[in-house]
Structures are given as structure tokens and as C-alpha cells.
Design a protein around this ligand. Structure first.
Ligand SMILES: Cc1cc2nc3c(=O)[nH]c(=O)nc-3n(C[C@H](O)[C@H](O)[C@H](O)COP(=O)(O)OP(=O)(O)OC[C@H]3O[C@@H](n4cnc5c(N)ncnc54)[C@H](O)[C@@H]3O)c2cc1C
Length: 271
């Protein structure tokens, strides 16, 4: 990274770090306005997207009405354990997050009751955590329901009941204040996915002539793009960026001739 950064100063770039680009608009002069999550707005004739795999979002279980209960009893990430004080919490999952949070909420007597639901009888988590959950289930500190899945949610203004379907015993309803599915994170394009770009399997389709997208003036380079024979390698991202910049220069300065120069001849500061 440091070596790469040392190439940047001759081009006098500006940096906006730690802020996700959220929206893109066009002003009356046809310039793009990209606005970040903190409201920083950048105006430019060209936008080059190098968003990699995008942002990571929680994997949601396939329960039809789950979004109705988001922030009303359903949480995919535990941010503040104190909100579970004296509540009945149903946690789902078989990895370290599900095991560790079940132990944490039960051991510290935060939750009134912790029910851990997992679709298999074996866990993917750390062996110590698996053993601790089994011990706590035996002592009655955690209700462990294996070979089962949460298949339904019910409630009026807030979650009230969680429907658990057991592979052999069928359905049962558990009165619960919170349902916390901890199934890990998956990459997603995030806000860029809503910019009107042509998307294929969470990546932006580009023309390999110049890595332009379906919106004139927007390019996509690196892991964020897709085309036939795409390889997600650093080398490929650099190649795509180089060709995209040539095309962008021609769009911004149609009257100018772009002469290719070599750093080996002119030096890094020779442009
Ligand atoms: C384990 C592993 C090993 C690898 N080894 C190699 C190797 O040996 N050789 C090789 O060539 N390649 C390797 N790769 C692939 C290489 O890491 C990628 O091809 C390269 O990092 C892609 O660069 P990028 O800039 O396109 O994306 P990234 O490096 O993923 O950067 C994208 C950035 O954009 C940010 N972002 C996303 N959305 C937004 C938004 N809306 N607003 C602002 N920022 C946003 C992300 O947070 C991220 O910081 C490896 C990959 C992995 C996972």
C-alpha cells in the first residue's frame, strides 16, 4: 500500500476515507454528484467504481415476514447486549457467534431465557464453546434445540412468538422477545447496487473495451466488475484501471490527443 501511495502525489488526488459512497445523481451540467454516508459530496464528469466485493451484510434466514420484525425483536448483529436484559432470546446458528452470544447472555444472566436453535446436531464453532453450550444445556442455563429451524415469526407491534420446526417432532411455538439469527455475513454491492447499473451476480457488468458500464461516464474496475473470463486478481484490476482512464480522458477531453508516456523514460514526476 505504501509503495502504491507513493505513486499518487504527482496526480494530486483528494481522499475521503471511512465514508461509504451512498448515492449518485447528475446535476444540470451533466456532472455526477456522489454523496457519502456522512453527506460529503463529490462532483466529477467521470466516476470510477472500485468497490471490490462491496459491503458485508448479514445472511438472513428464509422466513417470509422477517423484515416486518427488524428492529422490532429481530436483530442480525448484537450491538448492545444490555437490550436483552430479562428478555427471552431465541438465537439461531451453529457457528462461533451463535455459541458465544448464547453463552454470554446466559452466563451473565442478562437474558431471562436463552434458546439456541440449530438445524444440525453438530456445531462448526470452537470445541470449547460447543462443550460449554452442551454443559449449560444440561444444567438448564440454555435451552438447546438441535435438528430444528426457526420457520415463522408472529407478533403485533413487536415479536411475540417464534415458530420452531423440528425435523422429527414438527412445529412448536416459543414465546420470545427477540430472535437473533447469527448465520454469518455475505458480500453485497450495498448502495452501489441501486445506482441503475447493470448487475450480474452482485457484480457490475462492463464492456471490456474500456471497462465502462451501461451508464456513460461510469466505469467499474477490479473485483467489483464482471465479464467473460474475469479473474479477480490485483494485476487485472490495474489493467482495467489503465484502460478505463484512457477512455475517461477521451470523454473529458475529446479535442486532446492522449500521448502514452513511460515512467521508465519520464520518471514518476515527469507528467
Ligand atoms: C485470501 C485472498 C488472497 C488473495 N491473493 C491474491 C494474490 O496473491 N494475488 C492477486 O493478484 N490477488 C489476490 N487476491 C485478490 C485481490 O485481493 C483482489 O483482486 C483485489 O484486492 C481487488 O481489489 P479491489 O480494489 O477491486 O477491491 P478491494 O481490495 O476489495 O477494495 C474495495 C474497497 O472498496 C470499499 N467499498 C465498497 N463499497 C464501497 C462504497 N459504497 N463506498 C466506499 N467504499 C466502498 C471496500 O470497503 C474496500 O475497501 C486475493 C484475495 C483473497 C480474498
Amino acid at each position: 500500500m505504501d509503495t502504491l501511495k507513493s505513486h499518487a502525489p504527482p496526480c494530486k488526488p483528494g481522499f475521503t476515507l471511512g465514508e461509504a459512497a451512498m448515492t449518485i445523481d447528475k446535476d444540470e451540467e451533466g456532472q455526477f454528484i456522489v454523496t457519502t454516508v456522512r453527506g460529503t459530496a463529490h462532483r466529477a464528469p467521470i466516476v470510477m467504481i472500485a468497490g471490490g466485493l462491496g459491503v458485508f451484510e448479514p445472511r438472513k434466514p428464509p422466513i417470509a415476514n422477517i423484515t416486518d420484525f427488524e428492529d422490532k425483536g429481530v436483530e442480525y448483529i448484537i450491538r448492545n447486549p444490555e437490550i436483552y436484559q430479562d428478555k427471552v432470546c431465541v438465537i439461531a446458528g451453529g457457528g462461533d457467534s451463535a455459541l458465544d452470544w448464547s453463552i454470554y447472555l446466559a452466563e451473565r444472566k442478562i437474558a431471562k431465557r436463552v434458546v439456541l436453535v440449530h438445524r444440525s446436531s453438530s456445531f462448526r464453532g470452537h470445541l470449547d464453546s460447543v462443550q460449554r453450550v452442551i454443559d449449560m444445556a444440561e444444567s438448564g442455563e440454555i435451552d438447546l434445540v438441535t435438528e430444528a429451524e426457526v420457520t415463522g415469526l408472529q407478533g403485533a407491534d413487536h415479536l411475540e412468538q417464534v415458530i420452531v420446526t423440528h425435523q422429527k417432532d414438527g412445529e412448536r411455538s416459543i414465546a420470545a422477545d427477540h430472535f437473533i439469527p447469527l448465520f454469518g455475513l455475505k458480500p453485497s454491492l450495498g448502495p452501489i447496487g441501486d445506482w441503475g447499473l447493470e448487475i450480474d451476480k452482485s457484480a457490475i457488468k462492463v464492456n471490456t473495451l474500456d471497462y465502462s458500464t451501461n451508464i456513460p461516464g461510469i466505469y467499474a474496475i477490479g473485483d467489483v466488475n464482471t465479464y467473460e473470463n474475469k479473474l479477480k486478481l490485483i494485476l487485472c484490476g490495474f489493467h482495467e484501471g489503465t484502460l478505463a482512464v484512457q477512455s475517461a480522458f477521451a470523454r473529458i477531453h475529446p479535442e486532446k490527443k492522449n500521448v502514452l508516456k513511460y515512467t521508465t523514460v519520464n520518471g514518476v514526476n515527469g507528467f
